[in-house]
Design a protein. Sequence first.
Length: 148
Amino acid sequence: LPGEGGGLPLEAIIGLLLLLLLLFYIVLYWRGLAAIDRYANGFVIDRCPVCGQGHLSVETRHERFLGIPRPRRIVRCDNCRSVLRETGYRRWRYAVDPLDNPELYRRWNGQEIDEAALIDFLQKGRSAGTPAPRPPAQPPDFTDEEES
């Protein structure tokens, strides 16, 4: 009853909750839109930390959740096939080829790292992660089995 208690009516509380929910949705939508173009000019590092020679390229898949843009990215090296998969805001999970760099494979493969760690690693030099040379590949020997 309006004369008793002096509290907010139920309609006002529901309206306020709906307004807060709408504002939260707008913030999430705006963050999703801002994330779409985050790597439009390339990744934060250009050279591959694993092989030191390859160029990194960003592949973006555009998805939506409840209408909110959610880009998913994969960064690939064109030389050693190492892959970074985006796991969160500027966080990545590394897949390193053990033949190209066994030390970085043990250190980073399957680990989640952030962009600051990648930049720091390249700026300090690659002394701890110098790629090990691949052993020379020997072609298989074929023998004729049709000897009589």
